[in-house]
Design a protein around this ligand. Structure first.
Ligand code: BG6
Length: 502
């Protein structure tokens, strides 16, 4: 998220661990292709895939090309959805492949050999860990042992680490300590793909580039905030990962908390990485650890979504018949600082819900009713500002307007800004900005060690309580619904109500 004009990144190599993985195919390589298309790849660039699968560079390129073709075809037959041959040729020309076991020294000597022989990259390299989290520690150790992450003052070495960063507070601390034995904090890029979404980045623009919102962005004017990340997909083919992870770990201390931080942070003094990250870290530190009575868990049963019958979580392939893994979570969160004291943040996320919908909804305090006492208006609807993240991308404002006519009657109306109406959509998978930022060394959109640990600390009491006591009512929501009844209760107790998922 460069604060200057887009510039060509410095020459470098990108070593991609997990070259045959899903993430590589679906997001990393398509993002590199889009960067190549936009002319934003380094002039001299080398993409070195590493994985245990025996294959040649040519075979690897072909697999990626086929996959990319499938992705672009899925978007329709229009000319702009076709692969641009010249762009693909440029990208493919940078690709090389190493067959290697992530736990063997030989893999790292092979990588070193390739890097040492490439004069064009000026000694710069980034190592991208698109691998299962159990390899994060071992790969970083091995990179350190092989001398691959040593910087010489002229060139740089960076490591990108995917989520999940730890499994709880203790393991996140241990992983940070292990990683920081080999690397300086500035060399570590802990990725959270939600921060690659344009609409998430736009929250800072909305708040800090407009004089309109900031004066009302506090406990004087805001009643509460609701953040919803609802998905229609189920566990898909990821039962192995999801069974031991669950919705809380998978979504909350990372993606959902990033939305909270963007909404709640104080204005930073600049867009410098540490200026922004320190303000976000302050939000995490001001969050009260969530008490288990302020948390609700759910698991989907069978149901119907978009007219299709779908099975219960416990019937999905690879899931235990008596699984206690939650696929839904709702929390009441409090942020104890000057701006937010007394303003609850209600968070919910779940799989197999009625609609795909990610939004931040801010409810403002009501205007005084006094003036309307003598009119047919029996109550004033509250005002909402709704930041829509996906699939709709935009900002909505709901306020009361007078209905035309002789009587004073009100109706709640919506003012709607849609991204697509204003900006020509650029092809993006959400990783372009993040990768570009790693190339240019801008860590603003990446998580610092203290942020990660502070976020885990907030959910730790709930993780512990849930591990100690198995749920008795699973499955407790039907696929295609808005989650379990207990989630509604959580707000009803405070005299509030979730917005409908739409
Ligand atoms: C991932 C989670 O990090 O984010 C998935 O592991 C989830 O379970 C996904 O589905 C949601 O991301 P997006 O970009 O599709 O909203």
């Amino acid at each position: 998220m460069t604060n200057t004009q887009a510039k060509t990144p410095p020459n470098c190599a990108m070593v991609l661990f997990g070259a045959h993985g899903d993430l590589t195919k679906r997001l990393v390589v398509p993002a590199l292709y889009n960067l190549a298309h936009a002319g934003q790849l380094p002039k001299n660039f080398a993409l070195i895939g590493v994985d245990h699968n025996d294959c040649t560079a040519e075979q690897w390129k072909k697999q990626l090309r086929d996959f990319l073709e499938g992705l672009t075809k899925g978007k329709g037959e229009a000319e702009e959805n076709k692969i641009d041959e010249a762009v693909w040729k440029t990208l493919a020309g940078t690709m090389d492949y190493i067959t290697g076991d992530f736990t063997k020294d030989k893999t790292y000597t092979d990588i070193k050999d390739k890097l040492d022989k490439n004069n064009g990259i000026d000694g710069n390299a980034l190592f991208y860990l698109a691998v299962a989290d159990r390899f994060f520690g071992p790969v970083v150790d091995a990179l350190g042992k092989a001398g691959l992450v040593k910087e010489d003052g002229k060139s740089w070495r960076r490591v990108v680490i995917e989520k999940p960063f730890g499994h709880d507070l203790e393991s996140a601390k241990a992983l940070n300590a292990r990683v920081l034995k080999q690397l300086k904090e500035e060399q570590v890029y802990r990725i959270d793909h939600f921060l690659g979404k344009e609409t998430v980045q736009n929250i800072m623009a909305l708040r800090f580039a407009n004089g309109l919102f900031e004066p009302i962005w506090n406990r004087d004017r805001i009643d509460h905030v609701q953040i919803t990340v609802s998905e229609t997909v189920g566990v898909e083919t990821r039962a192995g990962f999801y069974e031991v992870t669950g919705a809380l770990r998978d979504m909350v201390p990372n993606h959902v908390f990033q939305l909270v931080a963007m909404t709640a942070m104080e204005p930073p003094v600049s867009f410098e990485a540490d200026a922004v990250r320190s303000k976000k870290a302050e939000v995490f530190k001001a969050m009260h650890p969530v008490r288990p009575e302020n948390a609700v868990r759910g698991q989907y049963g069978a149901g119907e979504i978009d007219g299709k019958t779908v099975q219960a979580y416990r019937d999905e392939e690879g899931v235990k018949k008596d699984s206690a893994t939650e696929t839904f979570v709702a929390l009441r969160l409090t942020i104890d600082n000057w701006r937010w004291a007394g303003v609850p943040f209600y968070l919910r996320t779940g799989k197999r819900m009625s609609k795909r919908d990610t939004e931040i909804a801010i409810q403002f305090k009501n205007a005084p009713y006094t003036l309307f006492r003598e009119t047919p208006v029996d109550q004033l609807d509250c005002n909402w500002l709704i930041i829509q993240i996906q699939p709709h991308e935009g900002i909505k404002m709901r306020f009361n307007a007078k209905k035309p006519g002789t009587e004073m009657a009100l109706e709640s109306v919506t003012m709607d800004f849609n991204y697509a109406d204003w900006f020509k959509e650029a092809p993006a998978v959400g990783y372009e900005t993040l990768l570009y930022d790693v190339f240019i060394g801008d860590g603003t959109l990446f998580q610092r060690a203290d942020q990660v640990e502070a976020a885990w600390a907030v959910v730790d009491p709930v993780l512990k309580a849930w591990a100690a006591e198995k749920p008795k009512d699973f499955p407790n929501y039907a696929s295609g619904s808005a989650g379990p009844a207990a989630s509604d209760e959580l707000l009803r107790g405070d005299g509030r109500k979730w917005r409908a998922i739409r």
